[in-house]
Write a protein that binds this ligand. Structure first.
Ligand SMILES: [Zn+2]
Length: 353
């Protein structure tokens, strides 16, 4: 959790109900507009009286005394403590009896409509063999289910599924076939690595505080590699904060590992010196791109995320957005295996047709 410093305002996107199921619900800044409660707690009480809200949304324990305001579910104490551990960006937990509720939070709960509505999204496709924890389930069992349900979002309708960095990083890095993310049209082509599923446009935006490799500066350029392909930017002379804004394209093979990125200092008379490197887990991006490319989807919505963690190079969480029909991702990386340096990129997906 120590890596997480999101503002809560970011997390309207954490509420899939609002994003995907409410038509035209463009109240994206609602969480910035906190106002103290003024008698609207009646609406919350009415909601709580609905039969589906008289049990915990996650384990069916009776008489829930807690709620996740952004997700819109009522929870028992045990499930509530698991939610709290997920972090505020995923679940904003409030007590029904102890906390003072803001109007915005109550509106958010009322808008979702309670446990049944929320679960119709978050538990749309619970695979066979996985069942909800019972009221007396162990903390481990409970945590596993709740994380799968809200953090990894594994039980959503397939077209809405976002891929979390932690699970996807492993499968991507180890070359596990991710055909399941592709549309039926592409997955029919089995898993020939020579088949491209689309093109990745990478805009190398700029470098920040890059390492010194010459006398007082460096002549940096960036090399990107994906599968068999390699492309590079131009060299910028004597600049530790170079601005490239250069767009490079890479064909994306069907089985795709991470995008590998290296920064070098160009030397005319000797071999170029390395100034750091980083890897970009492309799976959340590709999953979102292939899931959303054909959809008639509202504009400017977040469709996926790659989260900062100890085992990746992210400086901050990276969101994947659907903007004017294009899937885009902004990435801010700390270069690895070097004393200093950061790099900013923008990814854009170009579908096959
Ligand atoms: Zn529970």
């Amino acid at each position: 959790m120590s890596n997480r410093h999101y503002e809560y305002s970011k997390s309207t996107s954490g509420n899939l109900y609002h994003e995907y199921s409410l038509q035209g619900g463009g109240k994206s800044n609602r969480h910035n507009e906190y106002k103290p409660t003024s008698g609207s707690s009646k609406k919350l009480k009415e909601l709580l009286l609905k039969s589906d809200n008289q049990v915990c949304a996650d384990c069916n324990a009776p008489d829930p005394k807690w709620a996740s305001a952004n997700i819109g579910v009522f929870l028992c104490l045990k499930c509530c403590s698991v939610h709290r551990n997920l972090g505020l960006d995923i679940s904003k937990v409030l007590s029904l009896t102890l906390d003072e509720w803001m109007e915005e939070d109550i509106d958010s709960m009322v808008e979702v409509g309670g446990n049944s509505s929320a679960n119709s999204i978050y538990e749309a496709y619970v695979p066979k063999g996985i069942s909800k924890p019972k009221p007396n389930a162990s903390i481990e069992e409970r945590t596993k289910f709740i994380r799968s349900k809200y953090e990894l979002q594994e039980f959503l309708k397939p077209s809405l599924r976002m891929v979390s960095s932690k699970s996807s990083f492993k499968s991507c890095a180890s070359g596990v076939n991710i055909d399941s993310f592709y549309s039926p049209a592409t997955s029919r082509n089995a898993s020939d690595p020579s088949i491209s599923i689309g093109t990745l446009k990478v805009k190398v935006v700029r470098g920040i505080d890059l390492a010194i490799r010459d006398f007082r500066s460096s002549d940096p350029y960036v090399v990107l590699a994906l599968g068999q392909e390699k492309v590079k930017t131009s060299v910028i002379s004597s600049n530790l904060n170079p601005v490239w804004n250069e767009e490079l394209k890479l064909r994306v093979p069907q089985r795709c590992g991470p995008l590998k990125l290296q920064v070098y200092d160009h030397d005319t008379f000797s071999a170029d010196d390395i100034m750091g490197e980083a890897e970009v887990d492309l799976q959340p991006f590709i999953a979102a791109a292939t899931a959303f490319a054909d959809e008639d989807f509202p504009d400017n919505v977040q469709v996926g995320r790659w989260l900062k963690s100890n085992d990746n190079a992210l400086v901050e969480d990276s969101t994947i957005n659907f903007i004017s029909g294009i899937v885009k991702q902004g990435i801010h990386l700390k270069l690895q295996h070097v004393e200093c340096g950061e790099l900013e990129l923008e990814l854009e997906w170009i579908p096959l047709h």
